[in-house]
Design a protein around this ligand. Sequence first.
Ligand code: ATP
Length: 236
Amino acid sequence: MLSFQSLTVAYTGSPVIDELNLDIQDGAVVALLGANGAGKSTLLRTASGLLAPRAGRVQLDGQDLTSVAVENRVRLGLAQVPEGRSVVTELSVDENLHLGGLWRYRDRSDRNAAVDQMYEMFEPLWRRRMSLGHELSGGERQMLSLARALISEPRVLLLDEPSLGLAPRVVAQLMTLLRETADRTGLTVLLAEQNVTSALSIADRGVVLGLGEIVVDAPAADLAADPALRQAYLGF
Ligand code: ATP
């Protein structure tokens, strides 16, 4: 279980996340929602270790991660797909994937098998395997970022706005892939999204942040179906 306990995060001055408590069960897909500036990215960056909290803790299976460095959190199974994508633009798709699997699979044949598995999941990447990162479309880059994160077989995937700049059809594909991966592997997903409808369509649970606090925590289906809740907390 991924757990945030009395978490307070600030850049300068007043906290952006204020004494937040949130438990995420293994295998759950949680949509993290809220207006621009609500603190979604801040929460994800604190979970992955890019930001240190001012107070409180992040725990994975009861282990306090506060003093665990980013790369060691990755080893413990936390993978972040950052906003803006993590593709190395001068390398090919294939090289990017091998790089992503490098620390996880010492043995080259194991790594090759893991890369092949990603091509099975992300069919368009197979067709583009010799293309350089900068030659890819936005959707292809986002897929590659996701594949780079998944190749290390994380337990928890932290995703920041994966739908940003993508065509609706590509967004739908990505979301379906995420849901299928969670169902198949027991992956836990924390998905920060402005694209509320897409996120709620695959999530088990919707958590809405407002001014650094959780203002709603409800089953995703309830949030999606209840016009009053949507209007009050999501603005549509
Ligand atoms: P968005 O969807 O726009 O990314 P968000 O919900 O992810 O919004 P954050 O990016 O976490 O929100 O930002 C929360 C608050 O923290 C905002 O008021 C923002 O201006 C502030 N903030 C974010 N990054 C920094 C930073 N590096 N330095 C100072 N303040 C920051």
